[in-house]
Design a binder for this molecule. Sequence first.
Ligand code: 1CP
Length: 342
Amino acid sequence: MFLRACRLEPVENVPVWFMRQAGRSLPEYRRARGNVSILEVVRRPELAAELTLQPVRRYGVDAAILFSDIVVPVAAIGFGVDVQHGLGPVVANPFASEADLERLRPLQPEVDTPYVIEAVKIAVEGLSPFGVPLIGFAGAPFTLASYLVEGGPSRSYARTKALMRSDTGLWTALLDRLADIALASLRSQVIAGAAAVQLFDSWVGALSRADYERYVMPASRRVLEGLKDLGVPRIHFGVDTGELLALMAKAGAEVVGVDWRVPLDEARARIGAGFAVQGNLDPAACLAPWDVVANEAREVLRRGSGIGHVFNLGHGVLPETDPDTLARLTDLVHATSPDSLR
Ligand code: 1CP
């Protein structure tokens, strides 16, 4: 159902999965992971594949997303990125000058990230009894650049935007390298068996339309267009991208991820015909009493209209979410007839 919805084909039920469904709120995740750091988990394919499968077993979701992180490829080529527990990616020596480009050599997935390829293969095999496809993913050039330039998570992206405007040549070279790295990683995941891909441009909503089009869209397009021959659905997602939705679709996606700020029918109007949408229940709504969650989920389904809609949250599952809520949510989505939504 997930792949059919991505292709705008009729479905018996609206497919559903949750961003950041692996880990976080699952007790079996905490048990399996122990104290191992995320980058270390990713280097253990059996464990990464197991964590990928857990939410499929528990929730019955229609798609799995590979357990990995957006900084894995740049860490693998030795840029010097760590992921700090409870914080996120941290870069000891942020990207600042022409010389730093040399720290971003091309990714050779078979040599640099063989464990990702292996994890995809093991996960795909484990998913086959469920008939559930695997989504491969990568960080989009802007969002990755923001970590490399800021040195860690940021609110304003001030340094990133300063580089973008003050040395546009260097900025373009940086984004082109990150695009090539994301593309190589995604191609290797698809060749190993991923049936769809998601390009996470989580923080690109910080930009105006004009700046997105000028400074970012060419690099994101390079990634998405570079996947076209593989024939898998391409999902393009960011947070706070209400103003950018149409451009993100045009960058070369079949499915546009929408956060909770824009209702799906309005998002579709902005994007135009011919695209599927993914989203967009507010992750924080999952912390409300069940009746409230159910009503908001029904509203999302109604606005999604049952065709070309992949049900999801508007961003990742919050760590404090009760896994039972996600299980009930999955059942609710599956029990709703798409015909009743039109
Ligand atoms: O379901 C899953 O959890 C799948 C695995 C997954 C995915 C899809 C992880 C594991 N990370 C991601 C993608 C990711 N990583 C994104 C895009 C999705 C999103 O917008 O949430 C981003 C922006 C990152 C960067 C990152 N890595 C952050 C965000 C930091 C910030 O700027 O606020 C964080 C906290 C991490 C660490 C991380 N990645 C994944 C896990 C399980 C963890 C936590 C590790 C820990 O705390 O020990």
